[in-house]
Design a binder for this molecule. Structure first.
Ligand code: DGL
Length: 267
């Protein structure tokens, strides 16, 4: 059995700030876990990229970060990267990799009307991975899909303290509710890790809706995978590493500090 050093971090990865929605759930479950949050700001947004671009980019970046930070495990806190490149990443890395995929199974358990919505990026909602989740967990239900790239930018702006036009949230929900069967929609999967960061605003736009995402399930999985491992006595300050300009992160610092992330680095 490999002994994992106490200080070995959990490495979170996303194209931007969206993965913080997963990090929050993991931090609540494992408060002393050392954290590295890696954001590919030079590549944001992923949702408009091709499958080939993402399959080439994500394993290469993660390979460099794993070498640098020696994490005990990697969480790909990005539905777009996972539904396209999870198997490539697992093949390329020699550490356990936990993925984030649209929470269709919990949505199927929660729906009372049999109509489920999926909000994601354009790249995510077209994946066969999503077809497979639908077939495996919600075959008997309608799954309505809508790409809402504007919510990625809204979440990035909100986390920077900027004001976002509420019409953006209403438009995203209308993209689902205006589809056939949309009037019966009762549960919506937030299938992009940026979207739970604007869940309160989406709820204002659709007050009857129940929203689900994968963060709590991932936190449970991480607790299970690390149950025989130990953590430092005192929580270390978190690290944020970006492929983009460090100077562009200024307005994000309060949100990062509130999660105990105080070191900013570039790749
Ligand atoms: N947060 C990402 C996801 O979960 C993608 C956002 C983007 O870069 O388009 O899909």
């Amino acid at each position: 059995m490999t002994i994992v050093p106490d200080v070995a971090p959990i490495l979170f990865f996303d194209s931007g700030i969206g993965g913080l929605s997963v990090l929050k759930a993991v931090q609540a479950a494992l408060p002393r876990a050392p954290i590295v949050f890696a954001a590919d700001y030079a590549g944001l947004p992923y949702g408009t990229k091709t499958e080939d671009e993402i399959s080439a980019r994500v394993p290469a970046l993660l390979g460099r970060w794993v070498e640098r930070y020696q994490p005990r495990l990697v969480i790909i806190a990005c539905n777009t990267a996972c539904t396209i490149a999870l198997s490539h990443v697992r093949a390329a890395l020699n550490v356990p990799v936990v993925g984030t995929v649209p929470a269709i199974k919990p949505a199927a358990e929660a729906t009372e009307t049999g109509v489920i919505g999926l909000l994601g990026t354009a790249a995510t909602i077209r994946q066969v991975y999503v077809d497979a989740l639908h077939a495996a967990h919600a075959r008997q239900f309608h799954l309505l899909r809508h790409a809402a790239p504007e919510l990625v930018h809204a979440a990035e702006a909100k986390m920077r303290g900027e004001v976002v036009d509420p019409a953006i949230y209403a438009k995203a929900m209308a993209g689902l509710m205006d589809q056939p069967f949309g009037e019966r929609l009762d549960v919506t999967v937030l299938g992009c890790t940026h979207f739970p960061l604007v869940e309160d605003e989406l709820l204002v736009a659709a007050p009857h809706m129940r929203f689900v995402d994968g963060a709590a399930g991932i936190a449970r999985r991480i607790c299970h995978l690390t149950k025989d491992q130990s953590w430092p006595e005192k929580k270390a300050d978190g690290i944020f590493v970006t492929t983009g300009e460090v100077s562009a992160l200024g307005s994000l610092l309060p949100a990062l500090f509130s999660l105990g992330i105080t070191h900013i680095q570039s790749l």
